[in-house]
Design a protein around this ligand. Structure first.
Ligand code: HEC
Length: 131
């Protein structure tokens, strides 16, 4: 019984550690580069304001958060890299997709901090989309 209580206590501590994950880093410059890419390559479907697209899901706001908050950033990165834009997936190069991701984070209320968001799925796997 005591072992069980200890086990529950430990998992609560681990749970807290996960919830307190660091905010993903990106710079304001990177988000600005991402905005330019977004306007040229993504806005036609996802909307100028990320939630007013006629042809695709919102990339900011409650619906986006409900789907993506708590997921690791590599999931969104790999989806974008392998599926977006639908007419020519991967065509922008990894760095441009990381820049767009930084822009999407910024538009979801995440403040720039630290260095640039890495254009690398393994590194992005350690970072979580904040709620
Ligand atoms: C030709 C239209 C079109 C363009 C251009 C486009 N997308 Fe999409 N996108 C879609 C569709 C369609 C889906 C999947 C269905 C949906 O979400 O409505 C999608 C889904 C997504 C998703 C997953 C959304 C979710 O919550 O499931 C992301 C992220 C995304 N696109 C990012 C981008 C980025 C970044 C670009 C620019 C590089 C881009 N898309 C360009 C049409 C487009």
């Amino acid at each position: 019984m005591r072992a069980l209580v200890l086990g529950v206590g430990l998992s609560a501590v681990v749970g807290c550690a996960v919830a307190a994950e660091p905010t993903p880093p990106f710079t304001a410059d990177q988000a600005a580069r991402g905005e330019a890419v977004y306007k040229a390559q993504c806005a036609s479907c996802h909307g100028d304001h990320l939630d007013d697209g006629q042809f695709a899901a919102a990339l900011k706001g409650p619906a986006f958060k409900a789907k993506w908050a708590g997921k690791t950033l590599d999931e969104a990165f790999v989806l974008m890299l392998t599926q977006m834009p639908p007419t020519d997936p991967g065509s922008l190069g990894a760095k441009a997709y990381a820049d767009v991701l930084a822009f999407i984070l910024a538009r979801n209320g995440v403040a720039p901090s630290g260095g640039e968001l890495p254009a690398d799925a393994a590194a992005l796997k350690t970072l979580t989309i904040p709620s």
